[in-house]
Write a protein that binds this ligand. Structure first.
Ligand code: HEM
Length: 194
């Protein structure tokens, strides 16, 4: 057991193996041969990516950003050089994975067009998708370029660095605001709520 828990990749693999065992024992295997089940798998992978994305967004906002002023200057590089770049890597690819799987769910479920044009029956998911796409745009094209300057991944003057850090923080806060209605709308489509 410790050999599994000592390794992140083996730990994650163990989660998938446990799921496979649960499905083997309890699932309706004839349902698992249908396209509906494949769509369900896609929806589940969408939720996995989405949880990782929002988990990291909320970590940045609730833990890392408020902690920075409390950390002595000589210890700050532990965050800016080690933890933040790695967290940002998972963050932006989780955002990408969420977008790709979300779009695929909408396309394979057959309502992408109705959702994007906010037709009444698909208004909840349509609004959620537009908000989430705007958030993903912010991650890749606003937060990440600004963080690269702020963290010294690309060279920048001290004043530019400070302005970039502030811009990244404000847009990250904006995404935090948006995450609350977005998540409501995502789950409202199939479970009522709008
Ligand atoms: C942080 C971003 C996102 C999170 C956390 C998230 C989360 C979720 C959750 C929890 C569900 C509910 C599944 C259910 O109740 O059955 C869902 C459904 C869905 N999401 Fe997202 N999502 C995100 C972004 C996106 C994006 C960018 C798109 C597409 C552009 C998208 C498209 C969809 C679709 C099509 C569904 C299925 C709705 C249904 O038919 O019930 N999502 N998402």
């Amino acid at each position: 057991m410790t050999s599994i828990l000592n390794s992140l990749s083996r730990t994650i693999l163990a989660g998938f193996v446990l799921l496979a065992a649960i499905l083997l024992i309890f699932a309706n295997h004839s349902y698992m041969a249908t396209p509906e089940w494949l769509l369900f798998l896609l929806r589940w992978s969408h939720i996995l990516f989405g949880v990782m994305w929002l988990g990291l967004l909320w970590y940045f906002n609730a833990v890392q950003i408020p902690s920075m002023p409390l950390i002595p200057d000589e210890q700050k590089p532990a965050i800016s050089k080690v933890i933040a770049p790695r967290a940002l890597l998972w963050f932006r690819y989780a955002a990408l994975g969420t977008v790709v799987t979300g779009l695929l769910v909408a396309i394979f479920a057959g309502y992408a067009h109705q959702a994007f044009t906010l037709q009444p029956a698909f208004r909840a998911i349509g609004l959620g998708m537009w908000i989430a796409l705007f958030m993903a745009f912010n991650v890749w094209f606003v937060i990440w370029p600004n963080q690269k300057r702020a963290l010294g991944i690309v060279p920048a003057e001290p004043a530019v660095k400070a302005a970039s850090a502030r811009r990244a923080m404000l847009v990250s806060r904006l995404n935090t605001i948006l995450s609350i209605p977005m998540l409501y709308l995502m789950s409202a489509q199939s479970h009522g709520g709008l």
